[in-house]
Design a protein around this ligand. Structure first.
Ligand SMILES: *[C@@H]1O[C@H](CO)[C@@H](O)[C@H](O)[C@H]1NC(C)=O
Ligand SMILES: *[C@@H]1O[C@H](CO)[C@@H](O)[C@H](O)[C@H]1NC(C)=O
Ligand SMILES: *[C@@H]1O[C@H](CO)[C@@H](O)[C@H](O)[C@H]1NC(C)=O
Ligand SMILES: *[C@@H]1O[C@H](CO)[C@@H](O)[C@H](O)[C@H]1NC(C)=O
Ligand SMILES: *[C@@H]1O[C@H](CO)[C@@H](O)[C@H](O)[C@H]1NC(C)=O
Ligand SMILES: *[C@@H]1O[C@H](CO)[C@@H](O)[C@H](O)[C@H]1NC(C)=O
Ligand SMILES: *[C@@H]1O[C@H](CO)[C@@H](O)[C@H](O)[C@H]1NC(C)=O
Ligand SMILES: *[C@@H]1O[C@H](CO)[C@@H](O)[C@H](O)[C@H]1NC(C)=O
Length: 344
């Protein structure tokens, strides 16, 4: 995934996990304080995950059957599966074409115990809540219920993944590698807290500048594959496509954070413009309703050619460009084996 995030920063073995988490927070803060020219804007890591605000109420309980990640025997042989299933499919005119919104997860199967497991990363309060804020009359700033997290549970629902999606073996790893991955997942889950729906780019062309990377279920799967490769896993050569939701814009302008925009010393005109922009988009929607509302955004951005993006708890102005919004289902290859380790 090109320049995404702090890959590698956490790779140093033996270093206390906290120190790299804090270091990353520091790096993100330093980048934010000086020049804004670093593209894509690095996704901000936090030192811990806060309890969600009680205002945020999940319609469906997050991770109802979740469990801790078990410790595997070092010499166990673990099969790794790519799991993918459609969240929703529908056809909308010629502009957006056939939308294929897929959810991605990873499956594991222990050869020693025969038990299998599913691991995925998703929204605590559904996609709509992660994409649009609540405009609460008692609050000046838009209010977000946008946490996402990893969920690990025993079992793989074969029919769910196979029927309209994918369940395919992508790698075989040792129990040892699995345990290393489990440690990393815990860290990743505590420091990467907020869901980001949009990938923002300068244009659909290859090599176009990426302003912002999404942070969603597929990014978690891709990060995990990268980690496994780093730990020496060898992946099969198969085509692996993912859903991405793009916005296209010229160079974004930094506007400020919640306090600087919506606080007492904020620019009232800007604060109102942002709230007006979000007004038509209702966050509490089901995924199907959310996708229909995406089409409204589409109309709004075509007419006004503007978008207010919320990323890392900061607001950015996007001068939107044709083709404005696109949903693609494109290949992101499985990682290559880490050559440094191949002798082991
Ligand atoms: C989105 O958040 C609101 C506020 O907590 C909640 O009422 C609603 O159920 C959430 N939507 C979904 C689909 O979970
Ligand atoms: C990730 O964090 C969430 C929220 O704290 C928690 O419910 C979940 O069990 C964690 N997932 C893993 C795999 O540890
Ligand atoms: C996972 O385990 C269940 C229950 O034993 C079984 O029905 C299913 O086929 C297994 N799936 C995989 C991919 O191993
Ligand atoms: C698979 O697709 C068919 C036709 O769209 C649908 O009726 C069925 O419920 C889907 N199955 C699953 C497991 O989502
Ligand atoms: C390969 O592994 C070594 C040792 O763990 C690590 O320093 C290096 O960054 C890894 N390379 C890649 C491409 O992941
Ligand atoms: C918000 O921005 C202001 C001004 O740039 C800064 O002083 C403040 O620390 C920021 N607040 C947060 C929570 O990042
Ligand atoms: C306030 O925001 C508006 C809209 O973004 C902008 O046109 C104006 O110049 C800003 N005013 C100040 C004093 O920064
Ligand atoms: C997967 O992506 C590749 C390249 O991004 C594309 O050519 C191919 O048609 C896609 N496959 C499917 C099934 O959409």
């Amino acid at each position: 995934m090109g320049t995404w995030g702090p890959r590698g920063a956490g790779a140093a073995p033996g270093r206390a996990p906290w120190s790299w988490a804090l270091a990353l927070v520091w790096v993100a803060a330093a980048a934010g304080g000086t020049s804004r020219r670093q593209w894509p804007v690095p996704y901000k890591r936090f030192s811990f995950r806060p309890e969600p605000d009680p205002y945020c109420q999940a319609k469906y309980t997050f991770c109802p059957t979740g469990s801790r990640i078990p410790v595997m025997k070092g010499d166990d042989v673990i099969e790794v599966f790519r799991l993918q299933a459609p969240v929703w499919e529908f056809k909308y005119g010629d502009l957006l074409g056939h939308l294929k919104i897929m959810h991605d997860a990873i499956g594991f199967r222990s050869t020693l115990t025969g038990k299998n497991y599913t691991m995925e990363w998703y929204e605590l309060f559904q996609l709509g809540n992660c994409t649009f804020p609540h405009l609460r009359p008692e609050m000046n700033a838009p209010f977000w219920c946008n946490q996402g997290a990893a969920c690990f549970f025993e079992g793989i629902d074969d029919s769910h993944w196979k029927e309209n999606g994918t369940l395919v073996l992508v790698a075989t790893i040792s129990g040892n590698t699995f345990n290393k991955m489990a440690k990393w997942v815990k860290q990743d889950n505590e420091t990467g807290i907020y869901y980001e729906t949009w990938t923002v780019q300068a244009s659909p062309e290859k090599g176009a500048e990426t302003w912002f990377e999404s942070y969603d279920c597929s990014k978690f799967v891709l990060r995990t594959y990268e980690k496994l490769a780093e730990f020496g896993a060898e992946f099969k050569k198969i085509e692996t496509n993912y859903t991405r939701i793009f916005l296209y814009s010229g160079e974004p302008t930094y506007l400020g954070n919640e306090t600087s925009i919506f606080g007492p010393t904020g620019n009232k005109t800007l604060a109102l413009a942002i709230k007006r922009f979000y007004y038509p988009f209702k966050p509490h929607l089901s995924t199907k309703e959310f996708l229909m509302s995406l089409l409204q955004i589409f109309d709004a951005v075509i007419i006004h050619r503007q978008f207010y993006l919320f990323y890392n708890f900061e607001y950015w102005f996007l001068p939107m460009k044709f083709p404005f919004i696109k949903i693609t289902y494109e290949e992101i290859p499985l990682p290559n084996r880490n050559k440094t380790l191949s002798g082991l």
